[in-house]
Design a protein around this ligand. Sequence first.
Ligand code: BGC
Length: 255
Amino acid sequence: MRVLGIDVGGSGIKGAPVDTASGKLLAERKRIKTPHPATPQAVARTVRELARHFDWEGPIGCAMPAVVKRGRLRTAANISRSWLGVNAVALLRKETGCPVSVINDADAAGYAEMHFGAGRNREGLVIMVTLGTGIGTALFINGHLVPNTELGHLTLRGRDAETWAAESVREKKDLGWKKWARRVDAYLRLLQGYFWPDAFIIGGGVSGKWRKFLPHLKLITPIVPAKLRNDAGIIGAALAYDHERRRTRQKRSLG
Ligand code: BGC
């Protein structure tokens, strides 16, 4: 199946058509700067612009940095608060005229890695952690997603963990790799202590530079760098559309 995958981030909105059977991008991805303020209307217009760029009339899978319940955004840590309660599926469907599904961005990246990347054939409990503007998490049990875990907001050192250990904090505070790695280590230890996963997959924009920080992490739990890097959100958002469609069909056929 061909789905236009779109990943809405704090600085860019990226998209590309994806073949969901192989996870391959079918065209070079296109990035448009995230409008500011990133209100629902402004983001929807950008999504439409991306669809036009690819002359797209087929299904669209979109990843957003928020909890998504039945199409509605329920949190807004790193996007405009005007998204709270908005039915993103209905809005994007109306704006583009295409069938749409919407999923949390870390869940999307996790889907992609579990299918085509670092999580392939991994059994047990796997936690994908995306380090970017914020910290996103996706939890998989034997390949099945437990959606909308917001473990980036656990309390660490008396504050919201993502405000202390996200990649954006390293950049803003100009922290050295080793110093920042100690923060990531403390964060992963917190997760390890509560969940004892079989593996962590570390993704997000910074995962391409894993050699600079992964060697400084001292956990017992195996840690693997994400493989799909910046494309994971796009691929996973497209996959999520495919999954949702299958589930709906299955439900219908079961009556
Ligand atoms: C949001 C999550 C999102 C993560 C990564 C967090 O601030 O609460 O929903 O997955 O950032 O973008």
